[in-house]
Ligand binder design. Sequence first.
Ligand code: NAP
Length: 246
Amino acid sequence: MLKGKTAIITGSGRGIGKAIALKLASYGANIVINDIPQSDYADDTCEEIKALGVDSIVIKGDVRNKDDVDALIKGTLDKFGKIDIFVNNAGITRDGLMIRMSEEDWDLVLDINLKGAFNCIKAVARPMMKQRSGVIVNIASIVGVMGNPGQANYVASKAGLIGLTKTTAKELSSRGIRCNAVAPGFIRSAMTDVLADDVKQKYLDAIPLAKFGETEQIADVVAFLASDMSSYVTGQVINVDGGLVM
Ligand code: NAP
């Protein structure tokens, strides 16, 4: 389905990003792993991907840093000659009630989750426009659709990412570039493992499918959006949340 395509996934050393990288590789795409410069996981993930029979490299860098993002795009083009798929997955949380939230925690989350995606889209748009083809998938969150107490910074970043997705789709569709978002619900990963048991139970009670999601279930939807199976889909947000929001 993706044989010979080149895919970059930000923050893909572990978690949902890693699952997306493995899934796209399993469909034949060559993979560029990006993660923070001090990542302990990126090299091992790269080896796992190569074992699937595709090519893979690691280009570390912070999505907040424009020079790092430019190096990610250049390094990919030097190695593979083109970029077919770009997944904005890197993201963090710094939770707390709004009245107690520090300006630093607000800025950090917006900088990584939203400005990081803007930096990446801006940088990858140029080669994709030249190719007159490309697919961008942004990993948002269901809380960006419904709001969530204790996550003002994170919710604002993900709601912003949804707006950025729709604008990107409108600005770039005439150049053959599609852009969609996936909004995961409660997915088992390092990000959610740290939540208190009562918070987890509250979510579980509200999920019609009555279980938490797995990273592979997000990766399946990303693979659909990255492939020609979704060639008439752009500017959409697909909730992958067990029915939490409908
Ligand atoms: P995760 O396990 O913490 O993975 C996030 C990845 O992003 C890590 O590899 C992290 O690196 C990397 N990263 C952090 N800051 C970065 C930066 N500035 N530049 C480049 N990479 C950076 O979290 P996850 O659960 O897989 O989340 C992945 C995405 O899904 C995020 O955008 C998140 O908001 C979204 N999401 C997750 C859930 C969920 O339930 N888990 C729900 C909705 C949305 P290090 O860890 O090595 O620092």
